[in-house]
Design a protein around this ligand. Sequence first.
Ligand code: BYC
Length: 472
Amino acid sequence: MISAERIPNNVGLSGNKRLQRALEHWQPKYIQWWRDMGPQGFQDYHQVYVRTAVSVDPAGWAHFEYVKLPEYRWGIFLADPVHDRRIGFGDFMGQPVWQEVPGEFRNQLRRLVVTQGDTEPASVEQQRWLGQRCPSLYDLRNLFQVNVEEGRHLWAMVYLLHSYFGRDGRDEAEELLERQSGNRDKPRILDAFNEPIDNWLDFFMFTMFTDRDGKSQLLSLSESSLDPLSRTTRFMLTEEAHHMFVGETGVARILDRTCQLTKVAGFSGDVRKVGGIDLPTIQKFINLWFSLSLDLHGNEVSTNAAAYFANGLKGRAYEEKWDDHRVADAMYELEMMREGRLERSHIPMRTAMNEVLRDWYVGDCQSGVTRWNKILERHGFSDRLRLPDRKFNRGIGMFSSLHLDPEGHQLSDADWERRKHEWLPSSLDREYLLSIMAEPVYEPGRFANYIAPPQRGIKGAPLNFEYVRTEA
Ligand code: BYC
């Protein structure tokens, strides 16, 4: 018997027998999945100082305790309801939001919830070996905090599937535990979630760029006319912020250390000789994860996206900041491929909604890169990091058939093959990273040579706090 108290929630779980029964069936499979596919080597003997959301108010956020990972209390939370909330965009604008799924939009909504839900366990799977190469206990704990929260986000989507999509929803919830990141026969739905994340530079770039796509998508789903979806994703956004913090500060600390080590190596020397991560390598990982995450926004021209908007299923980020919420006639200007040439064109904005969201995303990423460059500036370096052109290295959308360099110049297939590792990580780069991460750092207060310590510890604890401990 599943106890509702073990699942912190504000959805009245103890009074909802149907949902309890559905979760009773699903939860043991989830725990088995977590053991098999979650953090490897940290299931039974380690306790982690994690934050558990026990309610949606700020006090419920500050709940920190040591837990064994499989015993984490994954909860189900919806942000508080907004009184008399109305549909904020599209053809049904102004009507009351929906508390149930309208039959005509059931398939579209299920598809959105399943796609979102699929990414959450996928990321845990991608990151499952990182604990064995961690740069410090502080970072190890942050990795696990991110992992348990991704697990909780899966619970959030499974709650929606079980509560609002009947039998199909229950089947989909099972399948979320059956697909596997990188599996040839049963891969995860979106491409970036099938890429391996086997070193900590990948991890920090993933949490910086791919979790930020999580933010774009959750912002747009939080505008949804389906109120339970809106409320669920609004609460998820509060957790997403921490994931991006881990990514942005992780890269910032590597940059800081790279600058220090470059001075040690002598400016013309190779920072790898003193165990650091050189700026060109950092730039390649930016290029990779930024372009993979651009793909996650879908095709530039998309009738699916137009239908999601028209039907009020998915809005734009911060929809309230726009003037026109119906977008019946507005046009959108974008670069398009026509007869093999790039030219600027105007298309109906509704069909460009994936691109509109991508615009928001690119701006948000740029702010982060600008903050990273301040570190280089502070150390007196003239080098600067950059986002590549958004057509670079695309696997989805109309630019996926082209080869371009990071400045956006077209290349022949042969030139691309010859030069791609100037811009994207090579197997040698990856081998180098694994070589400096081979020995995990489990000693409290110590940090691997390639990364600077953070400015402060977690919840006021010192840097030498034992953020992950083995049982006495
Ligand atoms: N990979 O009309 P189109 C997160 C497919 S991350 C593979 O452009 P649509 C997180 C598409 O399925 C956020 N296939 O796209 C971060 C369709 O296939 P079919 C996750 C792709 O439908 C870190 C076809 O191309 N949230 O939370 O508008 C850690 C035509 O597509 C891809 C969401 O995804 C791709 N990248 O899809 C943990 C939100 N892109 O039907 C978590 C929900 C497109 O022709 N999903 N295709 O076979 C959506 O909003 C939309 O499904 C998409 C775009 C944004 C993915």
